[in-house]
Design a protein around this ligand. Structure first.
Ligand code: F6R
Length: 607
């Protein structure tokens, strides 16, 4: 999603803006730009594509100035062209913006009637024209900005600089995150603390509706009612060093390989190694008394929720409703009195998930979230948070965030199951031990990397790929298909293996690889039958199974990879890894941009 940064500084801004943008690259973008004030005038450089292109333009035609704003744009309204790239500007004001101004067409019509001429196809350009309109009426920059903010609907975070105003920068946060950085005689604004880390570690996270007026020496924060408010300034631990690839070719591969470590870190915070008891932090409400749990998330996080539904229902006997956030938020779902709603999000900023959370809050639900970014909006708006300790995830395709979400959700489900009396202390300890084995088993799975790379050569030739699983492996089939399509651009679908005969079996022929995830669990024999159905129709099956499955099916299937035998409950954590590696190697063979696949953004802060 778009990344924004602003500097009101004491030395050249442009190189530092680009450095900040580089740290926002992980969010996904398709054009970039910077603007500075030079002798009181606004000047800008913008480029389609990657920051390299912007860098080249700045080398050719440098941009001096100590006040400036920068942007990486993920196109929403208007294609990813230089003309649509931010900053947008009039001679009087420039803006960088993340989010969508929903009523832009109405404002644009009004401003055109006042004689304003637009040059881009974006919603963002109305911001500078509306502010200019108010400036032309004689308003001060602060009044013009504040009057404009009141007219925008939709979600936005934005930063404005003004021609002739060398000691002024104005920012606003409405539904999309914005952080203020406090420097030495300098002030900054950015989408997240990571972008500001080389400049300062003193950060203030704005609340929704806040807008700020900044000079080099001070930052005045106004809330949504224009009242001046104090917001805490925190010292962050975010490192100023750019997170490196540690010798790996891509962040995604590095993050796949980090999984034994980060699953272990997450387990260490939820399982007592001496007693083998799952011990969660004290929650301000008792989830074990809930009569029904509502789980809401998007994409990969939603698939983690689907696995959790399986765990909550089978282990804890707690009924679960689960939905993707973009559907849930408009469904006006009736929710149980005093119910608990659980939100899962790596970034903690996904707009649909956040709005679903707010809906549940308005319906009187207790809000629990599983997030990876502690300062995120979802974390801050929840009644209780369980952290995944994945560390920063830079690759757009989620890998270690997914397995640490599963780890956290498994601990939660086990703890709730025990508290509800649905499992004995012995069973809890048995599962806790199985979970503690996962990092070592995950390292064993990673040892199949070379074999999966060979198999990726087969998959990379396919036009369509099917993934099959049952029970908790069904969401893993969905996740495997999502990973493959998002980074290799090969069409892939995940199906519940038992559903195959209700339609998808018509797709089977010898050109469609069928990847089957089948650990030895209660559904093993059922999946074996489904595999036979595929093989009988010349389907070429890649089997991901433990030794029992391999022994049973090796003569039937085209390829197999033997995974460690484990408690079926922890199998989803291990079976996630081969599908990630398969997608990764396929994408590398296809020559796609693995870490920043086309059209995708890391954190999706628009609808
Ligand atoms: C897929 C992927 C996305 C995210 C989804 C939710 O690899 O990364 O499907 O899982 O956009 O994002 P978060 O977890 O940040 O809410």
């Amino acid at each position: 999603m778009c990344g924004i940064i602003g500097i009101i500084g004491t030395r050249d801004a442009a190189p530092r803006l680009v450095e900040g943008l580089r740290r926002l690259e992980y969010r996904g973008y398709d054009s970039a730009g910077v603007a500075t004030l030079i002798n009181g005038h606004i000047d800008r450089r913008r480029a389609e594509g990657k920051l390299l292109n912007l860098d080249a333009k700045l080398r050719e035609n440098p941009l001096p100035g100590i006040v400036g704003i920068g942007h990486t744009r993920w196109a929403t309204h208007g294609g990813p062209t230089e003309n649509n790239a931010h900053p947008h500007a009039t001679p009087r004001v420039a803006v960088v913006h993340n989010g969508i101004i929903e009523n832009y067409q109405e404002l644009k019509d009004e401003l055109i009637a006042h004689g304003h001429a637009f040059e881009s196809a974006t919603d963002t350009e109305v911001i500078v024209h509306l502010v200019t309109h108010y400036l032309n009426q004689g308003m001060t920059p602060v009044d013009a900005a504040s009057a404009s903010f009141k007219r925008f609907t939709g979600a936005f975070a934005l930063v404005l600089i003004f021609a002739g105003e060398h000691d002024l920068m104005i920012g606003a946060r409405h539904g999309t995150p914005l952080a203020v950085g406090y420097g030495e005689g300098e002030m900054y604004l950015a989408s997240d603390a990571f972008a500001l880390a080389p400049l300062t570690n003193r950060i203030c996270y704005l609340e929704d509706g806040d807008w700020v007026v900044m000079t080099r020496e001070r930052c005045t924060v106004h809330d949504a009612t224009d009242t001046v408010v104090d917001r805490p300034v925190k010292t962050t631990a975010v490192s100023g060093a750019l997170i490196g690839k540690d010798g790996y070719r891509h962040y995604m591969l590095k993050e796949i390989y980090e999984q034994p470590q980060v699953i272990g870190d997450t387990l260490n915070s939820y399982i007592n190694p001496e007693t083998a008891r799952v011990t969660l932090p004290d929650l301000p409400f008792d989830i074990s008394r809930a009569t029904r749990l509502t789980i809401v998330a998007c994409g990969t996080a939603y698939y983690a929720g689907l696995v959790a539904k399986y765990w909550f229902e089978t282990l804890a006997r707690l009924p679960v409703d689960i939905d993707i956030a973009s559907e849930f938020r408009y469904r006006e779902a009736p929710l149980p009195e005093g119910g608990v709603a659980l939100f899962i999000s790596q970034s903690g900023e996904t707009l649909d998930t956040l709005e679903a959370l707010r809906y549940c809050k308005r319906q009187g639900q207790k809000i629990l979230s599983v997030v990876n970014v502690p300062e995120s909006t979802i974390a801050r708006e929840s009644d209780a948070v369980l952290m995944t300790l994945a560390g920063p995830e830079i690759g757009v395709a989620s890998t270690k965030a997914f397995t640490t979400q599963l780890t956290t959700l498994a601990c939660l489900a086990v703890s709730v199951a025990h508290a509800r009396g649905a499992i004995s202390t012995e069973r809890m300890q048995e599962i806790a031990r199985a979970l503690r084995e996962v990092p070592a088993r995950a390292a064993e799975v990673l040892a199949h990397d070379e074999r999966l790379k060979e198999l990726a050569a087969e998959v990379s030739e396919a036009r369509d790929v099917l993934y099959l699983g049952r029970g908790a492996m069904y969401p893993l089939a969905l996740e495997g298909a999502l990973k493959l399509k998002e980074i290799s651009y090969i069409h892939a679908e995940g199906y519940a293996a038992g559903e195959l005969k209700h339609g998808p079996i018509a797709l089977i022929d010898d050109s469609v690889p069928v990847i089957v995830l089948v650990p030895s669990d209660g559904l093993f024999e059922k999946v074996v039958s489904n595999v036979q159905e595929v093989c009988a129709r010349s389907g070429k099956v890649l089997l991901l199974a433990d030794s029992k499955g391999i022994d049973k099916l090796k003569d039937k299937v085209r390829w197999s990879v033997e995974l460690p035998a484990c408690d079926p409950l922890v199998a989803p954590l291990l079976y996630a890894i081969p599908v990630q590696l398969l997608a990764y190697h396929t994408a590398v063979l296809k020559g796609t941009d693995v870490d920043q696949p086309r059209n995708l953004a890391k954190s999706v802060t628009v609808e």
